[in-house]
Design a binder for this molecule. Structure first.
Ligand SMILES: [Fe+2]
Ligand SMILES: [Fe+2]
Length: 328
């Protein structure tokens, strides 16, 4: 990649120093139903012209849905893709990675399991009636072919490294909005704050994974995986999940059902909604991921998938100053 990386030993030492226990999170304070469970920037419905038809109660439901869906997303990504891929990568290539990076990956696995537990506890506090058996309601798809390929053969289907990089940085971006939106529910904000503490370091670990798994792969394999990553991202860019929340809104406000076709059409159009794409998958939201994509010409096809991505050529590759966590 040609960019300075943070020494894995230093990253491992940081992990030891920064380790926190779940007891530090004030779950006992519970979740307030009268506050927003997600920042407005991450409520997909708020980008629909029809949002103006919703009253305050409907809007609160949409924000609750968004808060739950984000927590579920991180559980899904970490437990279904990242942890199994890293475990398999360690099993296949562990000895070649060096002891320090191996330690970092073991830290990462342990921390992701902790994050999953953190988010489950949050979901259980927020909606105990919805999560009695810890089944994801909004995020499904653990058996998708791409997921199976990446987690069983992580040294061939290396697109998982990009999935990891992008969503680690998104975690930090999401937290910034939780931090800055005064209307946000405090326990949701606190869980995202703890999550961010580890994720900034994970991004740096994954820069090493890019170097270990992506850089040495033949061009044809990288090009294949760039397409695979594009297919995965196409699902995120065009979210179908907000449709599920619509049913909840219609249950509460049956008079809105007559507008269902309009809502559905507008949700499908989010794939090309500039403001929505800017909030989630833009250079402003994911500066380091986009800068890293720039440095890999085979990734420039992402421009056809991510509406807010235009490759910049001739820019320097990302430096070790990965996600800025200063000031939190
Ligand atoms: Fe995490
Ligand atoms: Fe992570």
């Amino acid at each position: 990649m040609g960019s300075p990386l943070v020494n894995p030993r230093q990253l491992h030492e940081q992990a030891l120093k920064q380790a926190f226990s779940l007891d530090a999170i004030p779950y006992e304070q519970g979740v307030s139903e009268s506050l927003a469970w997600a920042p407005l920037a991450f409520v997909p419905h708020a980008y629909l012209p029809s949002y103006e038809l919703l009253d305050a109660g409907d809007r609160a439901l949409c924000a609750q849905f968004a808060g739950l869906a984000i927590a579920e997303l991180f559980i899904y990504l970490e437990e279904s893709i990242l942890v199994p891929a890293v475990e398999q990568a360690l099993a296949r290539r562990g000895s070649a990675l060096g002891a320090d990076l191996r330690h970092c990956l073991l830290d990462l696995i342990e921390e992701e399991h902790k994050h999953t537990e953190m988010f489950w506890r949050l979901l259980e506090r927020a909606r105990p009636d919805w999560y009695p058996n810890r089944q994801l309601r909004f995020q499904r798809g653990g058996k998708r072919l791409a997921t199976r390929l990446m987690t069983r053969h992580p040294d061939t289907f290396i697109a998982w490294v990009w999935v990891a990089l992008l969503f680690e940085e998104l975690t930090i971006h999401v937290y910034r909005h939780y931090r800055d939106d005064a209307a946000v529910e405090p326990l949701f904000r606190e869980v995202h704050r703890f999550h961010m503490l580890d994720e900034a370091r994970h991004f740096r670990i994954e820069q090493h994974l890019l170097k270990a798994f992506w850089d040495p792969a033949p061009l044809a394999l990288r090009q294949l995986n760039a397409r695979l990553f594009g297919l995965i991202m196409a699902r995120f860019v065009s979210p179908r999940l907000p449709l599920k929340a619509l049913d909840l809104v219609f249950e509460r406000s049956p008079h809105l059902k007559v507008h269902a076709p309009r809502f559905r059409q507008e949700i499908l159009a989010l794939a090309n909604n500039g403001a929505y794409q800017q909030a989630y998958y833009s250079r402003e939201a994911l500066p380091l991921t986009f800068q890293t994509l720039d440095a890999y010409p085979e990734m420039h096809l992402l421009e056809k998938i991510l509406p807010a991505y235009t490759p910049r050529t001739g820019t320097p590759t990302p430096t070790a100053s990965a996600p800025n966590t200063g000031g939190f």
